[in-house]
Design a protein around this ligand. Structure first.
Ligand SMILES: CC(C)(COP(=O)(O)OP(=O)(O)OC[C@H]1O[C@@H](n2cnc3c(N)ncnc32)[C@H](O)[C@@H]1OP(=O)(O)O)[C@@H](O)C(=O)NCCC(=O)NCCS
Length: 235
């Protein structure tokens, strides 16, 4: 069983013709549409990261992988690119790109810089559930920024694991912190089994990363934690 979180700082990756050659013609076109150079570079590094790690796991040349999108835009490997299930999810923000991969669990991942805290604290009543908001406001001024980013990335990683994007209202579920456990509470428990998810959070420098694993149809105790690895440039 593999659950690995790959990360790379885009500034550590040197763009090269070899790296660009890993992208499909559509991806190369898409890359050219980004005007800011940083966004263009981020797009390239993301594609190289995803194609390289999945290609290595599948024993397939990265440039030969094909992807499809679900109705809400989540990319997955096209059926012809893989025989066994291989789940992945991507998140990119300024200064960090992450890709969570599992051969067993559907996954979701989100990362944000702690700099986002002030925006999130302003948006808190709109983006957090009432219980989350109450717990957030009970914290000290010093603790609130970290909690806001933690909550936001957890919510996004859960939404992304479900694959439905923002069609899921952000206040329809809440996260509670019970010592070292992260507990999901759904406004309508009939929509999903809230005990069928495992959550993990990590901090890498000033970035928070939250990961969600689906345990649906599997035993609820996943012993192994997520293995974190830096993706080093092969471009
Ligand atoms: C996918 C979504 C949930 C997260 O996007 P995001 O946090 O902006 O961006 P991330 O970098 O974390 O994730 C983007 C990646 O998620 C993946 N993704 C796209 N749609 C997805 C979906 N429905 N489910 C899961 N993953 C999805 C893609 O791989 C995408 O990267 P790519 O386009 O390079 O392939 C998106 O629906 C969204 O718009 N979120 C809201 C952002 C927002 O409103 N922010 C303002 C409040 S502070």
């Amino acid at each position: 069983m593999t659950i690995r979180l790959w990360w790379i700082r885009p500034e550590d990756f040197k763009a090269s013709p070899a790296a660009l050659a890993l992208l499909s013609p559509e991806e190369r076109q898409q890359q050219q549409r980004f005007i800011p150079p940083a966004k263009r570079h981020e797009y390239l590094v993301t594609r190289v990261l995803v194609r390289s790690v999945l290609g290595e796991m599948l024993g397939t040349a990265p440039e030969n992988l094909r992807f499809v999108l679900n109705d809400w835009g989540r990319p997955a490997l096209a059926p012809e690119s893989t025989i066994a299930p291989l789940h992945f999810n991507i998140s990119h923000t300024e200064g960090l790109i992450v890709c969570l991969v599992s051969d067993e669990h559907q996954v979701g991942v989100d990362t944000e810089h702690l700099d986002r805290a002030s925006t999130l604290l302003k948006l808190a009543p709109d983006v957090f559930a009432p219980d989350e908001l109450r717990e957030l406001r009970a914290l000290t001024e010093y603790e609130q920024p970290q909690r806001a980013v933690l909550l936001w990335t957890l919510k996004e990683s859960y939404i992304k694991a479900r694959g439905m994007g923002l069609s899921m209202p952000l206040d329809s579920f809440a996260f509670r912190f019970d010592q070292s456990n992260i507990i999901l509470e759904l406004a309508n428990p009939l929509e999903d089994d809230q005990t069928c998810w495992k959550f993990e959070t990590h901090q890498l420098g000033s970035h928070i990363i939250s990961a969600t694993l689906s345990l649906h149809g599997q035993k609820k105790q996943v012993e192994s934690r997520i293995n974190i690895a830096e993706f080093t440039s092969r471009g």
